[in-house]
Design a protein around this ligand. Structure first.
Ligand code: AMP
Length: 220
């Protein structure tokens, strides 16, 4: 799982993790934006909250995420859950299904940096790439088609920051055993290396465990 305030760099880091570790990226925000785009009843309700920077009600979010987690590709390849859970109730809902992460990354960035990151963020609708006008400049030939998320204004970002700050502690209560805090104010590469080091170590130790299990099973 990966968590952090808005524009902490979760999306960018998720791309790197997916590329290196082959997990399926499940972003609650992306799932909700797809519902909004498709004009479904859930999407219409979600849009009212997203436009104010507030959390979408659990009756929309929880089943949507549970449903995605149950799909065969996720079961085969493993998952990287981004932007969920965002409240204690959401954490409890997946724990009931026996879902607990191997690692919970919390990316920390000072509030003042986050607002600057949010307002400069742009997306290329053709490739899905996320850029920042200053920190990760887009190629010049894409500039005209770039779009800004409707909740990436200063006012809405402040509301989203408050929601995050109000909920994060209750979510962390569920994941103290696997919590890894990452300094997200470093550059993208350094944040990525910090995350990859943890996942590499985890992967090595779980394959060692698996090796030992198999060795024990064959000698029994
Ligand atoms: P994100 O793309 O993660 O920044 O999420 C964008 C917006 O989607 C948030 O500000 C919320 O309005 C909504 N959202 C995303 N994830 C959740 C969630 N787990 N629970 C409720 N609302 C969510």
């Amino acid at each position: 799982m990966i968590s952090g305030p808005p524009a902490a760099g979760k999306g960018t880091q998720c791309e790197r993790i997916v590329e290196k570790f082959g997990l399926i990226h499940i972003s609650a925000g992306d799932l909700l934006r797809a519902e909004v785009e498709a004009g479904t009843a859930a999407g219409k309700l979600a849009a009212e909250y997203m436009n104010k920077g507030q959390l979408v009600p659990n009756k929309v979010v929880v089943d949507m995420v549970k449903h995605r987690l149950a799909q065969p590709d996720v079961q085969d390849q493993g998952w990287l859950l981004d932007g969920y859970p965002r409240s204690a109730d959401q954490a409890a809902a997946i724990l009931e299904e026996g879902i607990h992460p191997d690692v919970f990354f919390l990316i920390q960035v000072p509030d003042e940096d986050l607002i600057e990151r949010v307002v400069g963020r742009r997306m290329d609708p053709e490739t899905g790439q996320i850029y920042h006008l200053t920190f990760k400049p887009p190629p010049k030939d894409t500039l005209k088609r770039l779009i800004q998320r409707s909740d990436d204004t200063e006012e809405k970002a402040k509301a989203r920051l408050e929601v995050h700050a109000g909920n994060v502690a209750s979510v962390l209560d569920y994941y103290q055993d696997v919590l890894v805090e990452i300094d997200g104010s470093q550059d993208i590469g350094a944040v990525g290396s910090a995350i990859e080091d943890v996942l590499d170590t985890f992967q090595e130790s779980s394959s060692l465990d698996e090796f030992q299990r198999q060795a024990e099973a064959s000698s029994a």
